[in-house]
Design a protein around this ligand. Sequence first.
Ligand SMILES: [Zn+2]
Length: 337
Amino acid sequence: MPIDRAGFLKATSAAFFTGGLDVWATPGEIAPARMRVLICADRGDDVPQAADGDMFFFANRRYRGTPSIVTLPDGRSGVVATVDVENYLYGVLPIEASPRWPPAALAAQAIVARTFALARRNFARPYDVVGSQSDQRFGGIEAEFPGTNVAVDATRGAVLTFAGVNASVFYAACCGGHTADAAAIWGHTALPYLRGVADPYCAAAPDYRWQRSVPLERVQAALAAHVSEPITGFAIGPGDAGGRPLSLDVLAGAQRATLSTAEFRTVLGTDVVRSTWIRSLRLEPPQVTIEGAGRGHGVGFCQWGANAMGAAGTPAADILAFYFPGTRIAMVDTGGS
Ligand SMILES: [Zn+2]
């Protein structure tokens, strides 16, 4: 059936014409199983095209669910896919994980990703999650693989809870040998299952130990907001219980600026500074040499470690109990069969 553009816009008008309101939906208006995924934050003139079945086309990709055009708080026009959480996970797992992972690691990742997503439902804005790195990368139907769909189906409705409420979970590629203490590194609420654990399983990861050399000129420019004099050295600050430093000092003559390791990582670029676990920082003009451990923020589930555990025959529930001690797996109704 040809797409009726006017009819389509009318069908999405509820979202189209309510831009600017603080409350976009009340819990009763959106089924518990539905997630609103922001798939584009600046659509220009692009309009999603509804198709047969519970799917649509946008920007040459197919997505499950129902599209809406929304006005974002900054005034831009975005596109939201309202999709069952299980169908959303089909488009997350192959990108955030890999179809090549052992089934137990994929099942554990599916439970973490589902728990993460459901915790982000937010009725005060026109979407729950962003379909990119800032929440979870989401590729729609084009990204799906049978192996990752199986992991989603096998864990349907399973989430992690602590003391009877949904857990606050995070994941990153490789912790470097000890997961981070979320309260120490982010100022996150102190939760017993996010204090960090010693992880002997991720040592085979390519970024388990890493080194990068960066031109001093570039480091000086990146830190211009913090020091104006030529950099003369660095000092790594105190660490969390696992030894991951929380801050570092940049020395520039008489100037001394303290940055959190997370901020240092952001200003220099997360591809260069592979993780927040900076083990040494040496001024070697004309370069600065940085050594570190792991890839990503290091909080919560370690993907490389989970892979190794899964490959060694550890069940998904045991992998999750290792990275989130004291949590339990509970089932929530995410609809469908
Ligand atoms: Zn690890």
